[in-house]
Design a protein around this ligand. Structure first.
Ligand SMILES: Cc1ncc(COP(=O)(O)O)c(C=O)c1O
Length: 406
């Protein structure tokens, strides 16, 4: 029995409270879509004053002037019509050139589909690749939306673990064991949210060989591609020689324009007719001024992106120094802008409850690791895309393990 959704509709044949008429039920698979485990902390933090907010992956740097100006100019010039489903040709062309330059990916314009952030790119890809009852391998810990979108497609997300004892890298042996005759897709996310780990070319080749062996699609999430510190970002599609990779990219984090909602999906060749149809059915197209802002972002000066990377790198170094000094165990990240911190000494098997209590007591919001999958129990994710002094102060308020300097 599912609960009432609180919005007036009965779920699964129950009756709306106070109503004499039975209401139609929602599709059963909607009840299996997991809620976001970060939302609770976000809402609670919103009710409190003086909170150091380190829970949400929101860049703290401003959007570059030339990007804002292009969006504003587009609105003022009334560039407000529908665009082609795949995006404005000039934007798709700019993306084709960027992919060749930055990702060693040679693709045709018709393989590039401008989407409402990477969120819709991932959702669209899962809608194309998954049928009800299919299985998709998702990283654990991994970005929450991977499982949500899979469930929306009626499919079952099957977690593959990224654990400290294997250096947080996927284990091909474990992956081999998880494959069933329903498995259709594996999601690969590098740089990883929440871990900040970056997979190198050899690891990506192994994952591709695994996908080939079991004839799986690969869905690659490269939202943090511009933020790596040491290990260079490699696009798995650039190593793919049999067209099994779909790649989701985003402008959200790179250009700090999360609310503008522009990303893109790069498909294997030959998908244009079906992509045109599913784009038409789901969004028609991305907001036209947002697309013009995206052209300015991709083709414009990138010094501000390099500056943002240095800001995040500096924050990560400062944060690691605090954790080292306090004897708190964590994964040293080489990508994205998160720290994955071991809090097992304080959380007693309930990190979600602990992050709430910590927020109420210390006025610091952090994301519970359990929001990213079972393997995240006992861990927290701290976003360092914030003022450096706040990051340092927030980490100073974390409890240190017994026997270490607090
Ligand atoms: C790994 C990962 N993929 C996708 C997204 C969604 O990004 P977008 O704003 O492009 O929809 C996020 C946002 O936090 C993310 O961390």
């Amino acid at each position: 029995m599912y609960e009432d959704d609180g919005g007036g509709h009965a779920v699964n044949g129950t009756q709306r409270p106070g109503s004499v008429c039975p209401m139609p039920s929602l599709a059963p698979h909607t009840a299996s879509v997991p809620p976001s485990g970060i939302r609770r902390i976000f809402d609670l933090a919103g009710e409190l004053d003086d909170v150091i907010a380190l829970a949400i992956g929101e860049p703290d740097v401003p959007v570059a002037e030339h990007i804002l100006a292009a969006g504003a100019r587009a609105f003022m010039a009334d560039v407000t019509d529908y665009t082609p489903n795949g995006g404005i040709p000039q934007l798709r062309q700019a993306i084709v050139e960027k992919l060749a330059r930055e990702n060693s990916l040679t693709v045709d314009l018709e393989q590039v589909w401008v989407t409402v952030g990477a969120t819709q790119a991932l959702h669209q890809a899962m809608g194309l690749l998954l049928d009800a009852g299919d299985e998709i391998l998702v990283p654990d810990p991994g970005y929450t939306t991977f499982s949500m979108s899979a469930r929306m497609a009626g499919a079952t997300p099957v977690p593959y673990s990224l654990r400290p004892d294997s250096g947080f890298a996927p284990s091909i042996d474990e992956l081999d064991r998880l494959v069933t005759d329903r498995t259709r897709v594996i999601i690969v996310n590098t740089p990883s949210n929440p871990l900040g780990s970056v997979l190198d070319a050899d690891q990506l080749r192994e994952l591709l060989a695994f996908a080939r062996r079991h004839d799986l699609w690969v869905l690659s999430d490269e939202v943090y591609e511009y933020f790596t510190y040491g290990t260079p970002h490699v696009s798995i599609a650039s190593l793919d020689d049999d067209d099994r990779v779909f790649s989701a990219f985003s402008l959200s984090k790179t250009y700090a324009m999360t609310g503008v909602r522009v990303g893109y999906l790069v498909t294997p060749p030959g998908m244009a007719p079906i992509m045109r149809t599913v784009q038409e059915a789901s969004i028609s197209c991305v907001t036209s001024p947002a697309q013009l802002a995206a052209i300015a972002a991709i083709t414009g000066d990138h010094q501000h992106v390099a500056d943002a990377r240095e800001h995040y790198r500096g924050n990560l170094e400062a944060a690691c120094a605090v954790l080292d000094e306090r004897g708190i165990h964590y994964l040293r990240p080489n990508g994205a802008f998160y720290l994955w911190i071991d809090m097992q000494h304080a959380t007693q098997g309930d990190v979600a409850g602990w992050t709430e209590a910590f927020l109420l007591r210390e006025r610091v919001s952090v994301a519970p690791g359990s929001a990213f999958g079972r393997a995240g129990e006992g861990w927290i994710r701290v976003c360092v895309a914030a003022d450096r002094a706040d990051v340092i102060e927030g980490l100073r308020r974390l409890p240190a393990p017994h026997g270490t300097i607090a």
